[in-house]
Design a binder for this molecule. Structure first.
Ligand code: HEM
Length: 449
């Protein structure tokens, strides 16, 4: 039977005509537009895109859990999100599907196991402390470029425990950024594809992707030629073998996985670091409590600091770096009162979930205490900063460790003050803050030990 003859019960939402009329508003401020639409229609709403494509946006925790975990086998990532990115970044974990994804996940996961990660903590702490020695102090500055450079260095040093020149790190950082901006722009303004044959814009991006591959090949070649003992992530990728064949990954597969780790791990962490420091500068009481929780403790004990963990969770609740994910239904599905056809494109709105009034008291307030009091229940229900289900973030413990080490190392040496200017949200592939204007102040030696 043809699916078009069936009756479905989709949540209320926008018709095709309304979508066409409102596209400008959406592009101007996607987060606010979706929040307002949810105020109007409810936690889930539908819309029809050109080509009769049915989409749904949701911030309903049961719905999200259903799509990403409970019934995840009946969903896949869309061509729209992974097909195009894979053209430039290859078929690493984030952009892989089905059996290939499963095999790769099994192979890459051990690089992020507890023991392995603990071997990286020294590299992380050293990189953070070296970077902090160069943080601009005294005058109000936009802290985002500093955080971006810091988290890129932490990631690069953890992937490859060799010293890359600052110029090469800057070049990698820039190439990744430019490719991401290009992808986002293309997905928001698909008509731009028409001009590629004339303006060469796409060709330029392929050249950037090729340059990235050349850099990675150089690093791998150097590693294979070295006799050293390494504990970095590249070491895991080079040495792990497929269970069924006993073979290693080939060089292109290793490069694809290195790309996705950089792609998925760098901007997410630098955004979170920036939002977190802004929130602390803006909430003096929380900041003072946090500083008190750090005082007299050693950076290696950071994992035991429950208040620090709660503060980081609260920052990720308010500003989830992964503000959005998406899946496509492989079959018709039913959820609660709703039913929808195969091919429905579901947009999972983590930002809205984390500010859903039904789940959170005073959802817009920065109150780390909520994670101390009833954190466990909340976490299960409506807190998914790293996603949920089998495709949950592979780097979650890595990111949390980095965030905790950073906060500890920062407040040992510095304080931060607000300039009264709130960063704008810039929802690209991740939720970037635009202009995080803060004042960093060194604290006198010995006053915080
Ligand atoms: C605060 C930092 C981070 C946040 C908020 C974050 C968030 C997420 C989320 C929400 C997903 C799931 C997306 C989905 O299901 O569609 C994800 C997947 C992923 N993340 Fe992270 N992430 C962070 C840091 C990292 C780091 C540091 C790495 C690696 C070093 C990393 C590597 C990955 C990979 C490889 C995937 C794909 C997993 C798969 O599909 O099997 N992430 N991340």
């Amino acid at each position: 039977m043809m699916t078009t003859t069936k009756k479905y019960k989709l949540p209320n939402g926008y018709s095709l005509l309304q979508v066409l009329l409102k596209t400008g508003d959406f592009l101007k401020s996607p987060v606010n537009f979706v929040m307002q639409s949810m105020e109007k229609f409810g936690d889930s709403y539908s819309a029809v895109l050109p080509g009769n494509r049915q989409i749904m946006w949701t911030r309903n925790p049961d719905f999200i859990d259903h799509v990403l975990r409970v019934n995840q086998k009946k969903y896949k990532k869309s061509e729209f999100s992974i097909g195009r990115a894979a053209d430039f970044f290859g078929k690493g974990l984030v952009f892989a599907e089905g059996d290939y994804w499963r095999r790769q996940r099994r192979l890459v996961q051990p690089g992020f196991h507890r023991q392995k990660l603990m071997g990286l903590f020294g590299i992380m702490i050293k990189t953070i402390k070296e970077s902090l020695a160069e943080i601009p102090v005294g005058k109000p500055i936009d802290i985002y470029p500093f955080m971006s450079n810091l988290s890129f260095k932490v990631l690069v040093n953890s992937l490859f425990d060799i010293s890359l020149s600052q110029d090469l790190i800057d070049e990698l950082n820039q190439l990744f950024n430019e490719l991401q901006v290009f992808l986002m722009d293309e997905s928001n303004r698909p008509y731009k594809k028409l001009f590629y044959p004339f303006n060469g814009a796409e060709k330029k991006q392929y050249a950037k992707s090729e340059r990235l591959r050349t850099i990675m090949r150089g690093i791998i070649k150097e590693r294979r030629a070295s006799n050293g003992n390494f504990t970095d992530i590249l070491d895991t990728l080079l040495n792990s073998k497929y269970e069924d064949t006993g073979e290693h990954m080939n060089e292109d597969q290793i490069i694809d996985e290195l790309f996705v780790l950089l792609f998925a791990g760098f901007e997410t962490t630098s955004n979170t670091l920036s939002w977190l420091l802004y929130l602390l500068a803006d909430n003096k009481e929380v900041k003072e409590k946090l500083i008190a929780s750090i005082e007299g403790t050693n950076i290696n004990e950071t994992a035991q600091n429950e208040y620090l963990k709660a503060t980081i969770h609260e920052a990720m609740r308010l500003y989830p770096a992964a503000w959005l994910s998406e899946r496509v239904a492989l079959e018709d599905d039913i959820l609660g009162d709703y039913s929808f056809p195969a091919d429905t494109h579901i947009f999972i709105f983590f930002y809205g979930l984390h500010r859903n009034k039904k789940l959170w008291d005073t959802p817009n307030a920065f109150r780390p205490e909520r994670f101390l009091k009833d954190g466990k229940n909340i976490k299960r229900k409506g807190f998914f900063p790293f996603g949920v289900g089998p495709r949950m973030c592979i780097g979650n413990h890595f990111a949390l460790a980095e965030l905790m080490f950073f906060v500890h190392a920062f407040f040992e040496k510095f304080d931060v003050e607000t300039t009264g200017q709130m960063p704008e949200m810039n929802p690209l592939l991740t939720l970037q803050p635009d202009k995080v204007m803060l004042k960093i102040i060194p604290v006198s030696v010995g006053s915080r030990q």
